[in-house]
Design a protein around this ligand. Structure first.
Ligand code: PGA
Ligand code: ZN
Length: 422
């Protein structure tokens, strides 16, 4: 029994300079701290991130009400509970909130407490978080590294939000990280040679003003090759299109061959089909808008399981939407973001549901991140096999990779890396 003795929340800043919630939980013998992340291309069906809306402070983005909800409403209820009773704590907060989308207390308030209590228990038992969440965990995830940023995360003008590399042939996580970093540095050199900007977007990837999405893919191939790796065999590509961001009036507004097009989902499917044939693309996230279930289904039918189709804004880590997606066969993988749903318990339920039908899960950061490394441990603990946590620059992204290095080291020869190189 490890009783919670103190809960204290405060407002801190995230990697974009926006306020977010941090909470400290003290137990009889332990201490846990968590900071929640925040998205930019957020799905309409996500749990509510409570913001103050006071335009005189932080442009309305303060989270003092969420902080107050923790200190004044949640804290008195969880003090005295066993921090190890994750589900009980999470359900209590869900009930206290009383809404479907956590709009009373805020998913940012609830998630911070959920994670901090897990951390306090791990700390009390003197073990790393992944071990506390799953003592048998030993699968280190394949990283999807976002080296070119577009969409809402940069002013590059690229419609596709994330161009990611996956070092498939790596035998260990540390080797995958090294391969990714090498490609990142070669990409920087190549962009510089072509007189492009090498400043970075929100997730630490480059944000050059290129003519088209295809040009970005060409740069990736050049960088992979110059780093002496083979596209397809050694390094594969994953995209997060975040198609919501360029969808309006029932059409997708995207530049193709330098021309602004307005496409229906069928034409967009053909465009993806062309890209998949031409480039080593093995995964596409949110290829269609968040409620375009038919569009997703078309792409699933066209690709026939040859690539991973990932629902992020489509599913928002919500079992109701995932269940619908399974019935309708609109994807074969789920992007998992703890703050889309708001508790560890519900996130684990979403993963369990996806895994029950052999769908893949990718544990993901948000574009607004912090020094909190929970998702690294969480990815290992859930046997997810894939993690999406940004580029090879900026500490808010690298902190998660560094945590995976520590986990890999601690697991030693028991570590299994989710690559193809074994
Ligand atoms: P977001 O982007 O955190 O800005 O929502 C990440 C993603 O779309 O996967
Ligand atoms: Zn996404």
């Amino acid at each position: 029994m490890t009783k919670i003795t103190k809960v204290h929340a405060r407002q801190v800043l995230d990697s974009r300079g926006n306020p977010t919630v941090e909470v400290d939980i003290t137990t009889e013998k332990g201490f846990g701290r968590a900071i929640v992340p925040s998205g930019a291309s957020t799905g309409a069906h996500e749990a509510v991130e409570l913001r103050d809306g006071d335009n005189t402070k932080y442009l309305g983005k303060g989270v003092l009400n969420a902080v107050k909800n923790i200190n004044e409403i949640i804290a008195p209820k969880v003090i005295g509970l066993d921090s190890n009773e994750q589900e009980k704590i999470d359900r209590l907060m869900i009930d206290l909130d009383g809404t479907e989308n956590k709009s009373t207390l805020g998913a940012n308030a609830i998630l911070a407490v959920s994670i901090a209590s897990a951390r306090a228990t791990a700390n009390e038992n003197n073990i790393m978080l992944y071990r506390h969440l799953n003592p048998k965990a030993n699968l280190i995830p394949m990283p999807m590294m976002n080296v070119i940023n577009g969409g809402a995360h940069a002013d590059s003008g690229l419609e596709i939000q994330e161009f990611m590399i996956m070092p498939a042939s790596a035998e260990t996580f540390s080797e995958a990280l090294r391969m990714g970093a090498e490609v990142f540095h070669h990409l920087k050199a190549i962009l510089k040679e072509s007189k492009h900007s090498v400043s970075v977007g929100d997730e630490g990837g480059f944000a050059p003003k290129l003519q088209s999405n295809e040009e970005a893919l060409e740069y990736l191939i050049k960088a992979i090759t110059r780093a002496k790796y083979r596209p397809w065999d050694d390094i594969k590509i994953a995209l997060d299109v975040a198609a919501n961001e360029f969808y309006s009036d029932g059409k997708y507004h995207i530049k193709i061959d330098g021309k602004k097009e307005q496409l229906h989902s069928g034409d967009l499917t053909s465009y993806y089909d062309m890209l998949i044939r031409k480039y080593p693309i093995v995964s596409i996230e949110d290829p269609m808008a968040e409620d375009d279930w038919n569009g997703f289904k078309k792409l699933m039918e066209k690709t026939e399981g040859s690539i991973q189709i990932v629902g992020d804004d489509l599913f928002v880590t919500n079992t109701k939407r995932i269940r619908q997606g399974i019935t309708d066969e609109v994807a074969n993988a789920v992007l998992i973001k703890l703050n889309q749903i708001g508790t560890i318990t519900e996130t684990l339920e979403a993963i369990k549901l996806a895994h029950s039908v052999d769908w893949n899960c990718i544990i993901s950061h948000r574009s607004g991140e912090t020094e909190d490394t929970t998702i690294a441990d969480f990815a290992v603990a859930t046997n997810a096999g894939q993690i999406k946590t940004g580029s090879l620059s900026r500490t808010d992204r690298i902190a998660k990779y560094n945590q995976l290095l520590r986990i890999e080291e601690q697991l030693g020869k028991n570590a299994i890396f989710a690559g193809e190189g074994k």
